[in-house]
Design a protein around this ligand. Structure first.
Ligand code: DAH
Length: 348
């Protein structure tokens, strides 16, 4: 037990003296650690108080606390003083021009496609769909074969594929997925009905780009499999989605379409927001813009997944997120999304 008398006066005067001598930030910090830091001289005194007789503890405790406050504010004052000196020096040498306008801070934001994707997912989630994700580098099997698009079948020509040269998995070539549909098979293999999933993700195609086609784009895949699911569920779900996304006044059109993995297949279009249906560059003269493909999951796929196709039915849909975003904001050219022009991106 230390009983060495504590000389607060000595501590105080050497602290004041050394502080006055400190000429820069580094010296200030050194001083702070020496006197006020966790193992500094003053905290040491305060910690040692417990060993003293009550009377002395009171007296010394009061004084030490007072000294701490004094030293803390002296430190602040010194800091301010040094800062002022630095500024004056900088002004004198012309390094600081206080008349210059301030630099605005740039605030980041989500990409418009991400914003739209989240809005869309929110709608689907509110309808009971769960969000899951799958790989962007895909096998030929999941991207095509499992979806009833066999090798050498003309249906493969519907999607211009980017193959990964020299990469393969179990001897089979790899590719960048051309759609999010492979996740239908991926999910069904692992799960039993009832199924309600929404799968967002990037897709890639070897395409000549134009105002409505990009080589990289985003889709959300929907899949619902259960007992008693019919075309009415498909239309109800997708029409409800369109109305929530675009307002009650938007018109939608369902037409027959062919996708090898559904039967029957449909495409859903929305009336063109730019020309009101007269025909323009964005709708390529049609007055309608296709926003998604959909259909009743082909029974053959359900059986291939090990489901009883007499008992279970399902619908699937693939929605292009960029298209939806374009409709929402009146964007005329899909290429603007990935041109990295801040003047465009900062509007959202
Ligand atoms: N995968 C199709 C495409 O990218 C879109 C699609 C069509 C998805 C019909 C579906 C569907 O789930 O049922 O062109």
């Amino acid at each position: 037990m230390s009983t060495k008398p504590v000389d607060l006066h000595e501590l105080a005067s050497s602290a004041r003296e050394e502080l006055a001598d400190a000429g820069d930030e580094a010296a200030l910090e050194k001083w702070r650690i020496a006197y006020l830091g966790r193992k500094g001289r003053l905290p040491l005194v305060l910690r040692g108080l417990g060993e003293l007789p009550l009377e002395e503890r009171r007296r010394l405790g009061g004084e030490a606390n007072q000294l701490r406050q004094e030293l803390e504010s002296a430190l602040e004052a010194k800091r301010e003083e040094l800062k002022q000196q630095r500024h004056t020096a900088a002004e004198e040498t012309g390094r600081l021009d206080v008349t210059l306008p301030g630099r605005p801070k740039r605030v980041g934001r989500l990409h418009p496609v991400t914003q739209t994707m989240r809005e869309m997912l929110e709608i689907f989630v509110s309808m009971g769909f769960s969000v899951i994700e799958g790989p962007e580098v895909e096998t030929e099997y999941y991207n095509f074969t499992a979806l009833r698009i066999p090798e050498d079948h003309p249906a493969r020509d519907m999607q211009d594929t980017l193959w990964l040269e020299g990469a393969e998995k179990d001897g089979a070539p790899l590719l960048l997925r051309t759609h999010t549909s492979p996740n239908q098979a991926r999910f069904m293999e692992q799960h039993q009905p009832p199924i309600r999933i929404a799968v967002p993700g990037r897709c890639y195609r070897h395409e000549a780009t134009d105002a409505s086609r990009e080589w990289m784009f985003t889709q959300i895949e929907l899949l619902a499999v259960d007992e008693g699911i019919s075309m009415a569920d498909l239309k109800g779900t997708l029409f409800e989605f369109a109305k929530r996304m675009f307002g009650q006044e938007r018109r939608v059109r369902f037409r027959c379409d062919y996708f090898p993995f559904v039967e029957p297949g449909v495409d859903m279009a929305i009336d063109c927001f730019l020309c009101g249906g007269d025909g323009c560059r964005t709708c390529r003269g049609e007055g309608w813009i296709e926003v998604l493909g959909a259909g009743m999951v082909h029974p053959e796929i359900l059986s291939n997944m090990g489901y009883d196709a007499d008992r279970y039915t399902g619908f699937a849909a693939g929605v292009g997120v960029e298209r939806i975003c374009m409709l929402r904001h009146g964007i005329e050219d899909i290429r603007a999304f990935y041109a990295n022009d801040l003047r465009f991106l900062e509007q959202f």
